[in-house]
Design a protein around this ligand. Structure first.
Ligand code: NAG
Ligand code: NAG
Ligand code: NAG
Length: 546
């Protein structure tokens, strides 16, 4: 084995030194003449800036402009606003849908408008049915609230709806749909069928149908509150003669419908033969009963017209749902939630009014009563909902029931019409991110809801009113309004556009999840208004999608 001798070492050392020297020089050169290495700038901006959202090219289906040339009411402010969106909106189909839907109530349903500024009156029909529903008319006119501070005539049109609703509810606070007001100039129209046997009896020239629906009252108060919120004009509402006459009658109904069913007031089984011909308000002394000769159980009430039996618990009965179908258990939770929110709001509005007026003055005794009763009742209902309508579901955890009776029975489902469980955040009852609401939403948008349908074309919520496989655009719109998931919103907008292509470029009442050319009610102003406001919300919340 060779060993290193001195000669080898003497050769290696200078050589190593030379190599080391060359490497050192290289390092110095590289360091001197190249830029020092730095961390590259990260593409993500600081957290407080909006992230860059890639543009979204929505699929286009060639929707058509279908606004009528002859329009019942024109608001220049609304027209200008719609026009201003023409260049802003990239999704041309969505823009056409907005143009067709948003003005639909003004274009087609204003049947009578008394322009007298001191007493404006507005009669709105629902669309294809020539009567005014309290619920529909509140929803039909609501999309225009955002324009009324710039358009005085439009403001009177909205206030006119409140006035007419108030006169109707003063006349019969149990009824849901009314004829042309008795004080409007006469016009030949379709007559109400009126073979219903109802307590309280009413004049069929005034009332289209007397299905007691709690949300009629809720919607009347909602429109009232929204009008006050928008205009700040509390006085115009809470000193209106019709409004002040309607409210005590409404409270009588609410108190009556809070009591246990038993013992029920006595009544005669014979149909009432007494003909009621005058506009004297109907008597509320014998409670409410409704019977109709029909082969559809959802169109009449059992137990001699009383409907489902309830036990007093702080909730308020609703004989029928916002779909006009009979309730299974009368404490309909979405309608109670809506009413609770609106009563508390009203109480606050009146408090502001009284504070501005020196509340010790006796001329405002009535407003003071309304202030206290609204607050108390609103809070009672809210508490009762949490006590009696929160159910532990095996799959979803704590959820809200749709209807209860306070004997312990609870119905789990949702129906497309609002108030619905789906719409609870829009009604202002809770936040979109509320845990019980999230669980409830997951449940009702799944096959655990008996009225949720899935097909080749779409999926969504319908209801007993239109039956199997029929989904309501209104519920899809509410799903958009309550969504926190952009991809869900995108899919729903796509379905609505494809549906509108098949159903006349507007919203309809319901369509078949497999075959959208099968649909109901092509002229349904409430759904059109809801589409209009939903599109405006999309423009605001997801501008890159519009
Ligand atoms: C409020 O009205 C009462 C009774 O009319 C009166 O005595 C009182 O001075 C008024 N207060 C204010 C602040 O105007
Ligand atoms: C829900 O959202 C509200 C604001 O919209 C927020 O204040 C609250 O903290 C949120 N709650 C939860 C549980 O995320
Ligand atoms: C958002 O919606 C899409 C489409 O409906 C769904 O696939 C996805 O799971 C949703 N995401 C969340 C976090 O819920």
């Amino acid at each position: 084995m060779p060993s290193f001798n001195d000669r080898t070492i003497k050769k290696v050392i200078p050589l190593s030194l030379l190599v080391f020297f060359i490497i050192l020089v290289n390092f110095i050169i590289i360091y001197r003449y190249t830029e020092p290495y730095e961390e590259p700038e990260l593409a993500t901006p600081p957290a407080d800036e909006e992230p860059e959202i890639p543009p979204y090219n929505a699929p286009q289906y060639g929707l058509e402009f279908v606004r009528p040339k002859e329009r019942k009411f024109v608001s220049p402010v609304l027209e200008k606003y719609i026009k201003s969106l023409e260049l802003k909106m990239k999704d041309k189909d969505l823009y056409i849908l907005l143009q067709n839907c948003l003005p639909n109530t003004l274009d087609t349903t204003v049947e009578w408008f008394n322009e007298d500024k001191s007493d404006p009156r507005t009669f709105l029909i629902t669309g294809d049915i020539p009567a005014m529903w309290i619920r529909d008319s509140a929803n039909q006119i609501a999309p225009y609230l955002r324009f009324i501070n710039e358009d005085e005539k439009l403001r009177d049109l909205v206030f006119g709806v409140i006035q007419v609703q108030a006169s109707y509810l003063h006349y019969d606070p149990y009824a849901n749909a009314f004829m042309r007001p008795w004080y409007a100039p006469k016009k030949e129209g379709r007559k109400a069928s009126n073979t219903d046997n109802v307590i309280p009896a009413y004049n069929p020239e005034f009332v289209w149908e007397s299905k007691y629906e709690l949300d009629s009252i809720g919607h009347f108060l909602q429109l009232t509150n929204d009008y006050i919120d928008t205009t700040g004009d509390i006085e115009r509402v809470v000193t209106s003669e019709d409004w002040l006459r309607a409210i005590p009658r409404i409270f009588t109904v609410l108190e009556d419908q809070m009591q246990s069913t038993w013992p029920a007031p006595k009544f005669s089984l014979k149909a009432s033969t007494k003909k009621i011909n005058d506009p004297e308000p109907v008597s509320l002394a014998r409670g409410y009963r409704f019977r109709r000769y029909t082969d559809r159980p959802t169109e009449t009430l059992g137990e001699y017209g009383l409907g489902g039996i309830t036990k007093k618990c702080g909730l308020i009965r609703s004989a029928f749902r916002p779909s006009d179908d009979a309730t299974t258990f009368p404490y309909l939770i979405p309608s109670n939630a809506q009413l609770s929110v609106q009563l508390i709001k009203l109480s606050k509005h009146i408090q502001v009014f009284l504070e501005s007026k020196n509340e010790t003055r006796s001329e405002f005794n009535m407003q003071q009563d309304i202030h206290f009763s609204s607050k108390e009742l609103g809070e009672t209902i809210r508490k009762a909902i949490y006590e009696h309508a929160v159910v532990k579901h095996a799959v979803f955890g704590e959820v809200f029931a749709f209807e209860v009776d306070c004997f312990g029975s609870q119905l789990l489902m949702d129906d497309a019409n609002t108030p619905s469980l789906l719409s609870l955040p829009v009604l202002g009852f809770l936040e979109k991110n509320d845990t019980i609401y999230r669980n409830t939403r997951d449940m009702i948008l799944s096959e655990w809801n008996p009225w949720y349908f899935k097909g080749k074309f779409a999926k969504g919520i319908g209801g007993p009113h239109t039956g199997q496989d029929m989904v309501w655009p209104m519920s899809l719109l509410m799903q958009i309004q309550t969504s926190t998931n952009e991809s869900e919103v995108r899919q729903l907008v796509d379905v609505l556009k494809r549906m509108a292509k098949k159903t006349g470029n507007l919203m309809c009442e319901s369509f078949d999840v497999n075959k959208p050319t099968v649909f109901t009610r092509s002229w349904f102003s409430w759904a059109n208004g809801l589409a209009g406001t939903t599109i405006l919300q999309i423009i605001q919340d997801y501008p890159h999608l519009a």
